[in-house]
Design a protein around this ligand. Structure first.
Ligand code: NAP
Length: 272
């Protein structure tokens, strides 16, 4: 990649940001598609400062990560209706000084289901976790016709989220009542590096020939997915979601089709 006087800057902002894979994935895409951008990672505790600098330096895109996905909405000129609906923006595009907000995590989840040929219509879906990403996944599951029940450990977040999404909720203690699920989704960090022995559900909750979607991508194959494979389940990791949301960001920025294969290789290569 040649950096010259025409090179435009993009960045991921969050706190903390040191483990972000976004620079690796986006710079690989710019290089492959011959786009004159460079993508860096900036640690900001204050969103308003990041936005000020975005305007001053004419930064063309911010990928927004925790904990700024909600607060950043206060500083935008226009927000995509779906992002507004889920109250979460993970992408800001700067067009001639006007800032436009999007949520490409939604696209990441949609593309995951499409690519892996998962039909959600009228399927019983159990989702463990009721945090930020669970809200996004829940919206997509509902939009695609899934019958969703959300679980967490205490019930404090799952019932509130279920009320917003107009679906059901329960606590993990009661999982035994839901063994007739067809699709199991893990939207918690349980099983993520370095706690790779953890699982969000007991092993005996994993039944034969179901679909399991674990949002975790490090490790690429979690213990949950390994146990699922033993039972003949269709197992999907978090790679397609991450690459899908990054690809949509690339498309919003450049107006061109994203080099998905290159992005996936860069992403997976950065995890190994
Ligand atoms: P979050 O807002 O912190 O929410 C985490 C949720 O998981 C909460 O409901 C929490 O419940 C629950 N939880 C935490 N530890 C648990 C455990 N050991 N057993 C059961 N439930 C547990 O996090 P988030 O932003 O939603 O992200 C969740 C995970 O999604 C991340 O860790 C990451 O692996 C994955 N993710 C993947 C992608 C992707 O592109 N593939 C993108 C974003 C996130 P409590 O209130 O009970 O703690």
């Amino acid at each position: 990649m040649t950096i010259d006087n025409q090179t435009k800057l993009c960045a991921v902002i969050g706190h903390s940001i040191s483990h972000s894979k976004s620079p690796i994935v986006h710079n690989a895409a710019y290089k492959a598609a011959k786009q004159n951008y460079v993508f860096l990672a900036f640690d900001f505790t204050q969103v308003n400062e990041a936005i000020k600098i975005m305007k001053q330096l004419d930064i063309k895109e911010f990928a927004v990560t925790m904990p700024h996905k909600i607060e950043v909405m206060d500083y935008l000129d226009k927000i995509d209706p779906l992002a507004k609906k889920i109250q979460s923006v993970n992408t800001v595009i700067n067009k001639d000084g006007k800032l436009y907000g999007y949520n490409t995590d939604i696209t990441g989840v949609e593309r995951t289901f499409t690519k892996n040929r998962v039909n959600l219509k009228d399927k019983k879906v159990v989702m463990i976790g009721a945090g930020g990403v669970a809200r996004t996944v829940g919206v997509v599951v509902k939009n695609l016709g899934g019958k969703l029940t959300i679980f967490d450990r205490t019930g404090s977040k799952s019932f509130a989220l279920a009320e917003t999404l107009k679906c059901d909720a329960d606590t993990i203690d009661n999982l035994d009542k839901y063994t007739d699920y067809q699709i199991l989704i893990n939207a918690t960090p349980a099983g993520m590096h370095p706690n790779t022995r953890s699982m969000p559900v007991p092993a005996n909750f994993i039944k034969k020939n179901r679909v399991i979607f674990d949002l975790i991508y490090n490790p690429i194959k979690t213990r949950l997915l390994k146990e699922g494979e033993k039972k003949g389940c269709k197992c999907i990791n978090g790679v397609d979601m991450f690459v899908g949301q990054a690809a949509r960001q690339f498309e919003l920025l450049t107006g061109k089709k994203a080099p998905m294969k290159v992005m996936e290789q860069a992403f997976v290569g950065s995890i190994k």
